[in-house]
Design a protein around this ligand. Structure first.
Ligand code: ZN
Length: 315
């Protein structure tokens, strides 16, 4: 009776481990691996150390019998396998950034800016919470708390603050007050970064679009929902501020955005069912014509609009 041991199927988990350690490659030539080879002559020994993934060609060479061709010995395969596993492991560690992480880009100065931004962002979050917990008449004062960060302003913080202002503007119809409208405008003025830095100009343009949009939101909701031309004027002045800065740097993209916004605003105020939007239409026309004037103070209004303004101011 022969005592030749029989092949035992390799357990799936072991097979998966071999495939992974070899990166699905033949450990001799790194071509696609086709066959898991048993290194010693015992085919039932499925210990992972006894297995190596090979392509068909190298598997043939490892199992060749009775030929003059040189057989791929067990020790040769072991040497190749050890090297192959190390290379795979090393390249994976590298991909994960475990080795050779560039540290020279993280200067102390940069780290301080990041830490400071993070601290201020947490403070802004607190102010947001406070803001939304209060009544409309107290909100203007809470928004003013942001001013203590003016000296630390940068694009990152401006983004956070303008997103907050967008939320505020989005709720205009809920009961925006004249003072709050003024505070929103002043906050934009305080935190809007210059277009001067060319490297950061694309970011500044994004922020500018946000400001045009929030100004439009305040104006639109004040006219249509609050029927208050006084608050709307803060929205229109915010848009003018962006227009003025964009013009200084000939940023046509933003100038066009402002024109588009005005076109929409004008057409949306032409509602046949609303007979009460005449003053709003006039105000929009006056502010649009005033865009190229340098001053950010409200343009001069005709007496009937001044009268209306007095009434809306007290609402
Ligand atoms: Zn091979």
């Amino acid at each position: 009776m022969t005592t030749k041991k029989r092949r035992v199927k390799i357990p799936p988990a072991t097979e998966a481990e071999v495939m992974f350690k070899s990166n699905l490659q033949c450990c001799i030539c790194q071509q696609k691996g086709d066959h898991i080879h048993h290194l010693d002559s015992d085919p039932s020994n499925n210990n992972i150390d006894n297995l190596a993934l090979l392509c068909f060609k190298h598997h043939d060479e490892a199992t060749i019998t009775g030929s003059l061709s040189k057989k791929l010995s067990r020790q040769t395969i072991l040497n190749y396998r050890e090297h192959h596993y190390k290379v795979i492991e090393f390249s994976r560690q590298r991909q994960l950034g475990t080795f050779d992480k560039p540290v020279e880009t993280m200067t102390e100065e940069k780290f301080l800016i990041i830490a400071k931004n993070a601290t201020i962002i947490v403070e802004i979050e607190k102010i947001k919470e406070q803001y939304f917990a209060e009544n409309w008449d107290k909100r203007s004062g809470i928004l003013g708390l942001l001013n203590k960060f003016t000296n630390h302003s940068n694009h990152r913080l401006a983004l956070d603050i303008f997103e907050f202002l967008s939320l505020i503007a989005g709720q205009t119809r809920g009961g925006m007050t004249y003072n709050l409208g003024s505070s929103v405008f002043e906050t934009v003025l305080e935190f809007f970064p210059s277009f001067y830095d060319e490297e950061k100009r694309p970011q500044a343009i994004e922020l500018a679009k946000k400001c045009i949009h929030l100004g439009d939101n305040i104006a639109y909701d004040s006219f249509i929902h609050l029927n208050n031309i006084a608050i709307a004027m803060w929205g229109l002045t915010t848009i003018k501020f962006i227009y003025r800065s964009a013009k200084e740097y000939s940023l046509t993209e933003l100038i066009e955005e402002v024109n588009r916004t005005y076109n929409e605003l004008e057409s949306t105020l032409q509602r046949p069912e609303r007979k009460d939007l005449g003053d709003a239409q006039e105000i929009v026309k006056i502010f649009r014509a005033d865009l190229d004037e340098w001053s950010l103070s409200f343009p001069i209004l005709k007496p009937h609009l001044m009268k209306r303004l007095e009434i809306d101011n007290k609402k």
